[in-house]
Each structure stands twice: as C-alpha cells, then as structure tokens.
Design a protein around this ligand. Structure first.
Ligand code: ADP
Ligand code: MG
Length: 274
C-alpha cells in the first residue's frame, strides 16, 4: 500500500481538488484507490458523488480499531466509464466534535487512523485533511508513508508551507520509521501571470528542489469537483485534458515514476484555457 496525506493548515488552497485529481488519474489508470476524507466539511466525499454515506471514518477514530478502515469503505458514484471507481472512507459532520474528544484521551489519540489503516489491502490511499494542524491532521501524518503539501502561489504561502513542514518534521522525529516522507510542494491554482510567476519563484527559492510540477488555474478543474465528476471524464471541455495531464504527472511523482526534484517554472502565457 502507498498512502499519501494531502495537507495544508490553510483552507481553500486546493487540498481536496488535488486529492480528487489524483484519484481521477489513478482511476483512469485502473489503480484501485481509497480516499480517506477526514475533513468534517466532506468536500472530497461529495466530490466523489457520495451525498448520503452509510458509514463514516469517524467511527474508526472513535475507538481503537485495528484494520477498521476497510469496514467503513464504500464505492463512490463516479461514472463507470471513467476507469476504476475509487472507494471512500466518508467524512461526517461528527468529525468536528471528534477532534476535541480525541484530545481528552490520556494515552494520546494521534495513532487512531494509523491503527485503522494497518493491514489495508487497497494499493493507493489518499487522505484529504482538514484546514488545521489539529489532531485529525496529526492522525493523518502518523498514518501515511508520504505527504504532499498543497499551496497557492500567494502572499504567506512560504510561511504557511514552512509551518506545515515543521509539524511534519516533529512527527518524523516521533515515528519509529522516521516517516512520513515529504514528496513535495504542489503549487495549485497557478495563474499565467507575472504575479503567479513571482510567488512560484519565491516558493522555489525557499524550498529548492521541493516544488512539484504545478497545477494551473482552470475553470474545468472546479467544474469537475462541482459536478462530482473526475477531471479525466470531462472530455473536450476547454482545459480539461491539460488539467488531467497535470494530475497524471503528480501521480507519477507520488508513485515514484518521475523525479521529484527540479524547479518547475510556469509555462509561458497561453490563451483560451481558463
Ligand atoms: N487548479 C484549480 N483551478 C480552478 N479552481 C480550483 C483549482 N484548485 C482549486 N480550485 C477551487 O478552489 C476552491 C478551493 O479548493 P479546495 O480543493 O476545496 O481547497 P481546500 O481543500 O484546500 O480547502 C474550490 O472551489 C475549487 O474548486
Ligand atoms: Mg478541502
């Protein structure tokens, strides 16, 4: 099993979008994928077309539940013709109340998700995290073997990524295996503007060799999420195949099929894609 947490303590930067894009790329390739949605907002769950989940990841966080994740997985509602349908361990609004409840466990409750995912037989697990550094995100970081930080190319992005990487490094020093590995920083919603290039360069300079090939700002990306459809199924919609290609590249990096290093500059301006 390969497991990846998609993180940033800030909301609205594109964590869920990247999780859905990676799930779409994996579905297209026929890779069986589980999306674990630990954000109480549940956007990944609805983006996968699951509006009334019958089970939720909350129940495996409530108790110590070794191997429990498979008991709460359900099939998603993405169209049949878009490849292998992902599975989801759905979010629930109850997750919001779970976090303060976990904090009262005298033995510490940072490893509940790790226990639940132990022995999971799904080859690729993507964990969509809430916009905070609370116990839900910490549970994800204890459970996965790698992590991808998603950010926008804007003011405060360098500081925000830095705080996240500090948290990851504190967890690495506590985990017996030294994990999770930082796969890199995915710069999302990159516009083809001077401003976009500037902030991209700032991130490259602050984290040399850590910035992954970017995901550009495209209307097709938000449309796919809003329609609960995989980006790979939007066909000839302007920008859809280019966006799908960018998520293919990110999936390659995560699966170790491509170099993680090297600055990736925004392409020169093109027209008619957003
Ligand atoms: N590359 C992109 N192009 C266009 N819209 C995007 C892109 N990435 C994210 N969005 C939109 O930005 C909003 C926030 O993204 P989301 O993935 O929900 O962020 P997060 O999970 O970090 O809170 C959503 O409406 C989403 O559709
Ligand atoms: Mg989200």
């Amino acid at each position: 099993m390969t497991s990846i947490a998609v993180v940033n303590q800030k909301g609205g930067v594109g964590k869920t979008t990247v999780v859905l894009g990676l799930a779409s790329a994996a579905a297209h390739r026929g890779i069986e994928t589980l999306v674990v949605d630990i954000d109480p907002q549940g956007n990944a769950t609805t983006g996968l077309g699951v509006f009334e989940p019958t089970r939720s990841v909350d129940s495996v966080l409530a108790d110590e539940s070794p191997g429990g994740i498979e008991s709460v997985m359900e099939t998603t509602a993405w169209p049949h013709d878009s490849g292998r349908r992902p599975l989801v361990a759905a979010s629930s609004p109850a997750l919001a109340a779970r976090e303060p409840q976990l904090a009262t466990d005298p033995l510490g409750a940072q490893d509940r998700l790790s226990l639940a995912m132990s022995g999971c037989s799904v080859p690729l697990v993507l964990v969509d995290c809430p916009p905070s550094l609370g116990l839900l995100t910490i549970n994800a970081l204890f459970a996965v073997d790698s992590v991808m930080v998603v950010t926008e190319p804007g003011a405060w992005a360098v500081d925000g990524v830095g705080r996240m990487l500090q948290t990851v490094s504190r967890i690495q020093s506590r985990r017996f295996d030294g994990g999770p590995v930082v796969k890199g920083i995915a710069i999302n919603r990159l516009g083809r503007t001077r401003d976009g290039r500037y902030w991209h360069d700032q991130l490259d300079a602050a984290y040399p060799g850590k910035c992954l090939p970017p995901v550009h700002l495209r209307a097709a990306v938000s449309e796919a999420s809003a329609q609960s459809r995989p980006i790979h199924s939007l066909g000839r919609r302007a920008g859809a195949s280019e966006a799908a290609g960018e998520f293919d590249v990110l999936l390659d990096v995560l699966l170790g099929h491509a170099a993680t290093d090297g600055p990736s500059r925004p392409e020169s301006p093109q027209q008619g894609e957003t």
